[in-house]
Design a protein around this ligand. Structure first.
Ligand code: HEM
Length: 425
């Protein structure tokens, strides 16, 4: 099966995993939850400092930076499940347009930064690419071959690092194939996707990657307009609703968004779930014996350690949130991770427990902008779990591994998942 993966899938000549971690540039924050709990105890909505969003790193001192701080809006954090629901339910009071300043310059005008009614018009068109039928086809033709192909590379070894060798490379390979990019472009796509995400730390590099991705998509889009295939770019090229079609720039913005939205989150969420299971061998064993627990395990992984801890909104007029007055023009940090561990909703919220009763969590957000790829992400994670449990007997954390843990503030996942298993053929 391994030969089904193109040689270029391993991505750029440089180590893409190292590149990626550098691009993220987020220090190593092992446990932000103690701080989230402390803030939530003060109230469901509290005013916070920018340092709370950067892990305690204050803005540097000095004239221009003080001016910068003064220019920043007030920041309020929504921390309880109820406060997070209230923000995400009401896009009229809590607008998504602040993304147009932070991500817009590299993504283009994507649905992420749109408010209603524009948002739902575009979302309905884009949703056409994510049908049940398309999901079934992707599972069979794309996700399984990619996952099995990667596992085949280390199956005989009896040891592996599941992050570097499986969870990091698989979602970006899946997205590249789903979009319909030619195999010879996959490595470039992977590298530019990483550079695009680096925009917060290296703006010119992010912008250059955005342009290169546009050229790549434009080439493939032109081909698919004249000769459609069964891929996402062909669906987008021909999607039509009430006489409206997506123009090219809207398609490019959406495809650019898929790189971080589809690849990074899924890599991290599947790593976090595997960490939860491997560090709780009794629950791993329960799942191995009873696969009907798979969906519950996936949801618990997402609740316990969501890969993306927070998203943002801004207030367009003076308002109140859970009784707290919030002035117009404030930034709302919507703390999905804190909501997912709200003790008024979950017992022992800090514990990973796949046997908990099912309750909606916030890892995929909520409301109009609720993750468009959540069914795909769940399916990808199920395929990974099945392939590992069926294909690697005796899978466990490598007994020699020390201090494996989840890390990060905005994005969270383990840097490595060293495992051992019975070597297979
Ligand atoms: C476990 C994996 C994933 C998680 C935790 C996740 C999380 C999220 C969250 C929290 C949002 C809301 C952002 C906001 O409103 O500010 C979002 C939106 C979105 N996600 Fe995901 N995502 C995941 C996987 C995917 C995948 C696989 C895709 C597609 C291939 C995808 C595509 C999108 C898109 C297009 C949006 C924008 C939706 C809109 O604005 O209407 N995501 N995701």
């Amino acid at each position: 099966m391994a030969e089904q993966l193109s040689q270029t899938d391993a991505a750029s000549a440089a180590d893409p995993f190292e590149d990626f971690n550098r691009a993220q540039g987020q220090g190593s924050i092992r446990d932000p939850y103690a701080r989230f709990d402390e803030l939530r105890r003060r109230g469901p909505v509290v005013k916070i400092e920018p340092a709370d969003l950067t892990g305690g790193q204050s803005l540097p001192q000095g004239g221009s930076h003080q001016t910068l701080r003064a220019a920043l809006p007030d920041i309020y954090s929504a921390l309880s499940f109820e406060a997070v629901s209230e923000v995400l339910r009401d896009g009229r009071r809590f607008s998504s347009k602040s993304y147009s300043f932070t991500m817009g310059p590299v993504m283009g005008h994507s649905i992420l930064e749109m408010d209603e009614p524009e948002h739902s018009r575009y979302r309905s068109l884009l949703q056409m690419a994510f049908t049940k039928r398309a999901l079934e086809r992707w599972e069979h033709d794309v996700v399984r071959p990619v996952v099995e192909g990667l596992i085949d590379r280390f199956r005989g070894r009896g040891r592996a690092d599941l992050v570097r060798e499986l969870t990091f490379p698989f979602p970006v390979s899946v997205i590249a194939r789903m979009i319909g990019l030619p195999a010879e472009d996959h490595a470039d796509f992977h590298r530019w996707a990483i550079e695009l995400i680096s925009v917060g730390f290296d703006f010119p590099r992010g912008l250059a990657a955005s342009k290169k991705l546009r050229e790549l998509f434009a080439r493939v889009l032109a081909e698919r307009r004249s000769e459609p295939r069964e891929d996402l770019i062909s669906v987008l090229a021909h999607a039509e609703l009430d006489g409206t079609r997506l123009d090219d720039e809207a398609i490019f913005a959406f495809l650019r968004l898929l790189a971080p939205a589809g690849a990074e989150t899924t890599y991290r969420s599947s790593s976090n779930l595997l960490f939860g299971l491997l560090s709780h061998p009794d629950q791993l064993e329960a799942l191995r014996r009873d696969r009907s627990l798979t969906d519950a395990a996936i949801e618990e992984g997402l609740r316990w350690e969501p890969p993306l801890t927070g998203i943002v909104r801004m207030t367009v007029a003076d308002t109140e949130l859970c009784g707290v007055p919030v002035p117009a023009g404030s930034m709302i940090h919507v703390n999905l991770a804190a909501a997912n561990r709200d003790p008024s909703r979950w017992e022992r919220p800090e514990a990973f427990d796949i046997h908990r009763p099912a309750r909606q969590h916030m890892a995929f957000a909520f409301g109009a902008h609720r993750c468009l790829g959540m069914h795909l992400a769940r399916m990808e994670t199920r395929v990974v779990l099945d392939a590992l449990l069926d294909g690697l007997p005796g899978l466990r954390l490598d007994p020699e591994a020390r201090d494996v843990h989840v890390t990060g503030l905005i994005f969270r996942s383990p840097l490595a998942l060293p495992v051992a298993f019975e070597p297979g053929a």
